[in-house]
Write a protein that binds this ligand. Structure first.
Ligand SMILES: Cc1cc2nc3c(=O)[nH]c(=O)nc-3n(C[C@H](O)[C@H](O)[C@H](O)COP(=O)(O)O)c2cc1C
Length: 337
């Protein structure tokens, strides 16, 4: 039997497959099915900055309006006892998941500004989160905001978060940085425990009949995993920080490649949404079989063995691969140019 154990964010996990944030964690039974199928930890769906700030404003307005009324009537406007904010609902769900599951539960905060909403992270810690993932899903669409300011945004949020909680923290980032490796080193210096590579940006579409801009959510394809595998190879070669990959991990071969280049864990989402929790069991079986065939005894033995740690000049190596890729293209026989 091969040993599938790995470590991520200081958590000892029985294998490297961790379902990432998705609607599956909104339901305790679905989460239990993920655990039964072999998931080694679970990232919860996100609690959004916008939800927290909107509710803060609503409460402020409520108290302000009370002040405008007469003192006598103010007492007639208590906050309804059954009112539950998104934070309350999230904490309830986190507690329910913690009670139902044996695997670690990683709570997820999703936002883009360094405002007070980050302080709510301490509530997630109190409710029993084993770790936190901060998802900075940010499209830099302000012409005045330089690349350096975009990086500052992430770094300041992380510094704030790390002062707020004691549990391990990972940050889920986009791939769109001029120098991802240099930026990852800055992230590491904040003391963050791990980086999840990469957010999938959802692309808006245009309806040509109505000329409306439409939000569109497409599940991923395995090809997308290659971007994550490349950057894991580069980061693992030069940084000592936990790495999770997310985006396009559908098949055992994609996951094995991520482990070979140095990922601590692989997140899965689309493949499980598409095929159900049982997909995790199939993936684990296929991974074990491949390892047995190749005589690997443990995930730890193969982890990072193909990273770019020993590449003399990783940037030149990438250029050569690029040229080979272009040169290797052969047009299909059936097409005449
Ligand atoms: C329906 C759906 C809901 C998602 N919700 C969240 C979320 O709340 N927070 C988050 O960080 N990522 C969320 N994601 C992104 C996934 O966690 C994951 O990073 C992304 O889908 C790439 O992985 P995949 O290729 O395995 O799907 C969601 C994805 C889908 C498809």
């Amino acid at each position: 039997m091969v040993k599938l154990q790995t470590e991520y964010l200081g958590l000892k996990l029985k294998n490297p497959i961790v379902p990432s944030a998705s609607p599956l964690s909104r339901d305790v039974d679905s989460a239990r099915r993920l655990e039964d199928a072999g998931a080694s930890a679970l990232v919860m769906y996100s609690l959004f900055e916008e939800q927290l700030l909107a509710e803060e404003k609503q409460l402020e307005r409520f108290f302000f309006n009370q002040d405008l009324g007469s003192h006598e009537s103010s007492s007639f406007l208590p906050i309804p006892e059954r009112y539950k904010s998104s934070l309350d609902n999230y904490l309830d769900q986190l507690e329910a998941l913690k009670a139902a599951l044996d695997i670690p539960v990683i709570a997820s905060l999703n936002g883009v500004s360094n405002q007070g909403w980050i302080d709510y992270a301490s509530e997630l810690q109190k409710a029993g989160a084993d770790a936190l993932e901060l998802n900075v899903y940010y499209v830099a669409a302000d012409i005045e905001e330089s690349a350096e300011l975009v990086e500052q945004r992430y770094l300041q949020m992380l510094e704030h978060l790390l002062c707020t909680v004691d549990i391990p923290v990972a940050v889920k980032i986009s791939s769109q940085f001029s120098s991802p490796l240099n930026f990852a080193r800055k992230l590491q210096k904040t003391g963050v425990n791990g980086i999840a590579l990469f957010n999938r940006f959802y692309q808006c579409d245009i309806d040509l009949d109505t000329l409306q801009v439409l939000p569109s959510l497409q599940l991923s394809s395995p090809y997308e995993s290659l971007l994550r595998i490349r950057w894991t190879a580069i980061l693992r070669g030069q940084l000592d920080i936990d790495l999770a990959v997310t985006g396009g991990f559908h098949r055992a071969e994609d996951i094995l490649k991520a482990l070979l280049v140095g990922a601590n864990v692989t997140h899965v989402c689309s493949t499980v949404l598409h095929q159900g929790p049982q997909r995790i069991t199939e993936l684990l079986d296929e991974i074990s079989q491949w390892m047995e065939d190749k005589e690997y005894e443990s995930v730890q033995q193969l982890q990072g063995s193909l990273s770019q740690k020993n590449a003399v000049d990783p940037a030149a190596y990438e250029r050569i691969n690029y040229m080979h890729a272009l040169e290797s293209f052969t047009p299909p026989d059936s097409v005449r140019y």
